[in-house]
Design a protein around this ligand. Structure first.
Ligand SMILES: [Zn+2]
Length: 538
């Protein structure tokens, strides 16, 4: 008889449980030292082994060899628990049994001695789903539990448990399993089952299982059926509707290198594989998300990531702002995908838009570098670029208004007049330097509130405040107190304006160099390049 893999390979003892060493060790120690509690709570996302561990624990309590961390697996109690027909293990799925009477029925019987076992075990899954009344009934039992009863509670959502229940349980938090660990387990099962497979076909299955071994084994069952007993990557991708990650990275590389040919060719390849374009876009967003994480937090935990080296390499090809922009374009593209004439066309447009939104100064050059794309006439490119630039402004506004955006612009009330006021203020030396990094938040009757760029916080001290009080009092000709708070996001100050102007001057200088025919001739003659960092504006 065919048995589904998730059931067949469900761990029967602690030794077979994977990825929960911290919980297993604590349970084994307690059992060995006979320090038994009457209520245990297992928490964690679905499919990580909560009820599996609880059932093993039920065997530990009731194995006929005595209370043990290593139940024999052979006695009646062990065999019957494994088969799900042990009379003194009462399993309740609270998700389907929330009525108070049911729980009362259940708990009415608590006082009776076990039919034949050492102790009666109540396994209540999704215990947070019990109604308030049922909780009270449970709580009453937990307060004075009969010596022969053990409660094993499991939940995906411990936050919804009353603290009165939590405080009476020994709590164990199960971890979601890494894709690598799940992949290893799949490999182990396939080896034992003598099913042939491509190793690289297992990772997409493991990833799709989202940390759940049970889900991974169910997917494996489907993959075996789909591939008629042989597991290969193309089948798995087709089954999951997922995309070959190599192709996704080709897409991102095409964007990084402004390579429209590679982009269109890759989309064509994807369409040949009949992938789900919407999930391809999801995967693309995931890649940009990771690139952004790597850019902003260089030592981010990447232990659960695939292709870390590729992400790292790409994170150096984009600026942080570009990454944010491409993510945003992808996100908006995902919203619009159902409106496109067909999904492939929709994805293509999203990707082309990413190319079109590259910084304007490189755009026309790069596009005219690609004359091979015969379907686009130069005039069309020019008008597309113009439209793209107008649209880019619209999108940039969206970016600035959304919390994902790194380069959020200043939304605080602030005008040139305010900054001028700060410049005119009669202060000198370090206080003047400090003011260059400040903006005015409010000016009330007798109070001026300033905001300071957060990275300048170390400069702030009492002396400056005293000097500012004096200066503002002089300026407004009435007593003023000054308050300085740190800015939560980027603000517009004299310092940031100056820095930006300097950048602009440098860009102008570089532009002038690029357009100077004499310099270009020299560069060509000596096969030289300009190093932008060395260009100064004066
Ligand atoms: Zn046994």
């Amino acid at each position: 008889m065919h048995q589904v893999l998730a059931r067949k390979w469900r761990p029967k003892n602690f030794h077979e449980v994977i990825g929960q060493e911290h919980v297993i060790r604590a349970l084994e120690n307690a059992l060995t030292q006979k320090r038994l509690h009457h209520a245990y709570l297992f928490t964690g996302t679905r499919g990580v082994g909560k009820t599996t561990i609880a059932r093993i624990l039920a065997k530990c309590f009731n194995c006929e060899t005595g209370v043990t961390a290593t139940p024999c697996g052979k006695c009646d109690a062990c065999l019957e628990i494994d088969a799900g027909r042990f009379i003194d293990l009462i399993e309740v799925d609270a998700a389907s049994r929330t009525k108070v009477e049911d729980t009362r029925d259940l708990l009415d019987n608590v006082q009776y001695l076990p039919a034949k076992a050492r102790c009666k075990v109540y396994l209540i899954d999704e215990v947070h789903m019990l109604s308030g009344h049922s909780f009270n009934a449970l709580l009453k039992t937990l307060e004075e539990p009969p010596a022969h009863v053990k409660f094993l509670l499991a939940t995906t959502d411990p936050d919804r448990l009353p603290v009165t229940v939590l405080s009476r349980c020994l709590q164990f938090n199960l971890k979601a399993l890494s894709a690598e660990l799940i992949q290893k387990q799949l490999q182990y099962v396939l080896d034992q089952e003598h099913v042939s497979y491509e190793t690289k076909a297992l990772l997409p299955l493991a990833l799709a299982a989202n940390g759940s071994v049970r889900d991974a084994l169910s997917l494996l069952d489907q993959a075996i059926a789909y591939g008629q007993g042989n597991i290969i990557i193309t089948d798995v991708n087709a089954l999951l509707g997922t995309v070959d990650t190599d192709k996704l990275f080709n897409l991102v590389t095409a964007i990084a290198e402004n390579n429209a040919d590679l982009l269109i060719h890759t989309v064509f390849e994807l369409s040949e594989l009949a992938v789900d374009f919407s999930s391809a876009l999801d995967d693309l967003l995931t890649i940009f998300h990771r690139i952004a994480l790597k850019q902003i937090i260089p030592n981010v935990d990447t232990s659960n990531w695939q292709h870390v080296e590729k992400i790292l390499a790409l994170s150096q090809k984009f600026s942080a702002a570009e990454t944010q922009l491409y993510y945003q374009i992808g996100l908006i593209g995902k919203r619009d995908l159902p409106l496109a004439p067909n999904p492939r066309l929709g994805l293509e447009m999203v990707l082309l838009r990413m190319l079109a939104f590259r910084p304007a100064k490189t755009l026309p050059i790069s596009l005219s570098d690609k004359p091979t794309n015969k379907t686009i006439a130069p005039e069309q490119v020019k008008s597309a670029v113009k439209t793209a630039q107008i649209e880019a402004t619209a999108i940039a506004t969206t970016v600035a208004a959304t919390p994902i955006a790194a380069a959020a612009t200043n939304t605080l009330p602030n005008t040139t007049a305010n900054l001028d006021l700060l410049k005119q203020l009669n202060v000198s030396g370090p206080t003047q330097a400090l003011l260059r990094h400040c903006a005015i938040k409010t000016i009330a009757n007798d109070k001026v509130e300033l905001i300071l760029e957060a990275n300048q916080a170390p400069l702030l001290n009492k002396k400056h405040i005293e000097r500012l009080n004096i200066a503002f009092t002089e300026h407004f000709k009435k007593p003023i107190t000054t308050e300085v708070t740190l800015a939560a996001s980027a603000i517009e100050t004299t310092a940031t304006i100056t820095a930006r102007e300097l950048e602009q001057k440098k860009a102008d200088a570089l532009n002038a160099i690029n357009q100077d025919q004499k310099i270009q001739d020299i560069l060509q003659k000596f096969d030289a390049v300009i190093i932008p960092e060395t260009v100064t504006s004066d």
